[in-house]
Design a binder for this molecule. Structure first.
Ligand code: SF4
Length: 235
């Protein structure tokens, strides 16, 4: 595999051909916010929160492969505005009531809202009518909180594996569907993996929602991105 040199925020880094910008940045301790992207899962570039300035154009860092002498800017006022707007849109589109959500303190969307100082969305709240599907013996899906990132679909099935999760309907009616027949014998491990795959509180393992007390959850102590930025400071 050949190597290329790319510049991120004015510093040069070597990267393997084919690697995505977001992964190279992450490896080198540079945090680029993500929601639909997950390490080890085929990227799809749908949420656009990872939008960076790449060779002068705004592009999704999770689906842009590196090229020799590429120049990447991961943060500036314009990018911050784009990301803030995306977070605000996601909040306006769904029913996200953080204080009552089991994933509060452990939710990437909420953590990004804190990072971008989103206190209230500039967009009109839609308040859609959505249900909670709790038919599965191990997990439940709260459609009110789903941001349609497709991480569950891409990580938990498909390409040769049984499609446990899929999208149903189209446009603004699209929602994640769980195959109740295929998932009837979901193990605890599978249920936990599904819950951990979801960046928000849409997939919950039954009886596990409040396992970690408030105050000791992932983002209660450290804001999102800190872990990567701390690694970067050591390099
Ligand atoms: S259920 Fe969770 S992981 Fe699946 S699409 Fe919705 S937000 Fe993403």
């Amino acid at each position: 595999m050949s190597m290329v040199i790319i510049t991120i925020n004015g510093k040069e880094f070597s990267a393997k051909t084919g690697e995505m910008v977001v992964d190279v940045a992450r490896k080198n301790g540079i945090y680029i916010p993500t929601l639909c992207n997950m390490e080890g899962v085929i990227p799809q570039g749908s949420c656009r929160i990872c939008t960076c300035l790449i060779d002068g154009r705004t592009m999704a860092a999770c689906t842009t492969p590196v090229s020799h002498r590429m120049n990447v800017e991961t943060n500036n006022a314009e990018l911050e505005k784009i990301r803030t707007t995306i977070v605000e849109l996601l909040f306006a589109e769904g029913n996200h009531y953080c204080p009552t959500c089991e994933r509060s303190g452990n939710c990437d969307l909420q953590a990004l809202a804190y990072r971008f100082n989103v206190l209230v969305s500039q967009f009109k709240q839609i308040f859609p009518t959505r249900n909670v599907d709790a038919k599965n013996p191990k997990i439940l899906i709260d459609h009110n909180r789903c941001i349609q990132c497709k991480r569950c679909i891409r990580r938990m099935g498909g390409s040769g594996k049984p499609a446990w999760f899929s999208f149903k309907d189209r446009g603004h009616k699209v929602k994640v569907n769980i195959d109740h027949e295929l998932t009837a014998d979901f193990t605890d491990e599978m249920a936990q993996k599904a819950m951990d795959t979801c960046p928000v509180g849409a997939i919950l393992k039954k009886e596990k929602g409040f396992d970690v007390p408030i105050g000791r959850r992932k983002y209660d102590t450290e804001p999102i991105g800190t872990e990567i930025e701390k690694e970067g400071a050591k390099l």
